[in-house]
Write a protein that binds this ligand. Structure first.
Ligand SMILES: [Zn+2]
Ligand SMILES: [Zn+2]
Length: 446
């Protein structure tokens, strides 16, 4: 079932005509668009929008939901969009929501937030601690949803000035589930010219953004292998086929893929993070299960690495008379492509960020071997992903994402909301869109 209704907003239009003269003036001339980012930041810092975002983020933090189970989160988002008079499509990819602000016609530009939490217990003692045992917003996706709703509020106040349509993409299951892939495969990017996404960061100070052009995060995949031999008495190895020794050799051989076969300038990682086999000191088990992750910074490097992991596991097992099967979890845990920032969108981002926070607050991002499913969007259309700093320098270091002690500094919320809103509004205003979007392929699978 899909609901998609445009709600007429005559009243809003009237209010709009009599309010925000500065921003209206900025919208009315293309030169004036340089004032939009700082005006939007001012708006995002007003109690009306800041307190709103804080409330949303705390509500979500108390009620975390895992990937593809974000039913209450999705409902909260839809209620807020209803309240703002923003039409939307739902469901997309189970819990996903796409809102529309502007003319309802092309060009379309998208801004995205992920909604899911992690399966871990929160260790921070505070008033709005997670109420769900074993689940926690430890990656800041609660803040991302709040920022996108904050941006929606700002944009909706100016919707009649938008020269096209801003799409608000609320996606499920970023943490391994590939929610972005599912949304993309359901066609949400059709006719969309560009997409922007952000992540809060505990590495950079609040008010600072970090970014770069080109690849910023690696392609990643998971694998699990079962190595089967023949169990028996540990003191009579000649009557067994030992899967423990075979697995140990497999692990050593796998480590040579990066050191001996990969281009040293194409960063790659193979990590075995799981080894399960045996339960007694004097029994050789029948089988061993190993599992891990592999990463690469180029599509070609990633494809080759996957191929060799399978080959090394099965052939190395055979050397020691074992059988091995390898599972790459293609459906359950889709491979994430390299996250790469579009060159032209980088220039657009720099322009907006400079007029909002100044050149000195824009830092060069150090690429990492982490991965992001925003890459599924950025693989199909020009995409841009950046980090919004959260560190309060007087309070010192912050825990990184996925730590049970992870905290969000809510002072970062206005920056995310204002950047989202400014990037999208000025993108439309400057007529950056192109007809190319019509002819693009949406299923460029890795
Ligand atoms: Zn995460
Ligand atoms: Zn995250």
């Amino acid at each position: 079932m899909s609901s998609f209704t445009w709600i007429p907003l005559v009243l809003n239009l009237f209010i709009l005509l009599i309010s925000h003269p500065t921003i209206s003036a900025a919208f009315s001339s293309k030169q004036g668009s340089s004032e939009i980012p700082s005006e939007f930041l001012k708006s995002a810092k007003t109690p009306e929008i800041f307190d709103y975002m804080v409330k949303i983020r705390r509500t979500l933090h108390e009620n975390p939901e895992l990937g593809f189970e974000e039913f209450e989160t999705s409902k909260l988002i839809r209620n807020e969009l209803d309240r703002m008079g923003i039409p939307y499509k739902h469901p997309i990819a189970v819990t996903g929501v796409v809102g529309y602000i502007g003319t309802g016609n092309p060009p379309f530009v998208a801004i995205r937030a992920d909604m899911d939490a992690l399966a871990m217990q929160e260790a921070v003692e505070w008033e709005h601690k997670s109420k769900v045992p074993g689940k926690m917003h430890a990656c800041g996706h609660d803040a991302h949803v709040a920022m996108l709703l904050g941006a929606a509020k700002i944009l909706q106040e100016h919707y009649s000035h938008l020269e096209g349509t801003v799409m608000l993409v609320f996606q499920p299951a970023e943490e391994g589930g590939g929610g972005a892939k599912k949304m993309r495969d359901e066609g949400i990017l059709e006719n969309v010219d560009a997409i922007f996404g952000l992540h809060v960061s505990s590495r950079y100070p609040v008010g600072v953004v970090a970014t770069k052009e080109g690849p910023v995060m690696a392609a990643s995949g998971f694998f699990e292998a079962k190595i089967s031999g023949k169990g028996g008495h540990a003191a009579i190895p000649q009557q067994t086929i030992d899967p423990i020794l075979a697995s140990s050799n497999i692990i050593v051989s796998l480590q040579q893929l990066v050191s001996r076969e990969a281009d040293p300038l194409d960063s790659q990682v193979v990590t075995i993070a799981k080894f399960r086999g045996g339960h007694a000191f004097n029994v050789i088990p029948d089988s061993v299960t190993i599992g891990g992750t592999f990463r690469a910074f180029s599509k070609q490097g990633f494809i080759e690495l996957k191929h060799r992991i399978e080959e090394v596991i099965t052939l190395q097992a055979a050397v020691q008379r074992c059988n091995a099967s390898v599972n790459f979890y293609g459906e359950e845990k889709p491979f994430y492509p390299v996250t790469s920032n579009d060159k032209e969108l980088h220039q657009h981002f720099l322009k907006i960020a400079r007029s909002m926070i100044g050149d000195e607050k824009i830092q060069e991002l150090q690429p990492s071997m982490g991965s992001e499913d925003f890459s599924f969007f950025a693989e199909s259309i020009p995409g841009y992903f950046y980090y919004v700093g959260m560190v309060n320098e007087t309070e010192g270091q912050m825990e990184t994402g996925h730590s049970p002690y992870f905290r969000v500094n809510e002072d970062a919320l206005p920056y995310g909301a204002a950047l989202h809103a400014s990037l999208a509004a000025t993108y439309l205003l400057e007529g950056r869109s192109s007809v190319e979007a019509q002819n693009r392929s949406f299923h460029d699978e890795l």
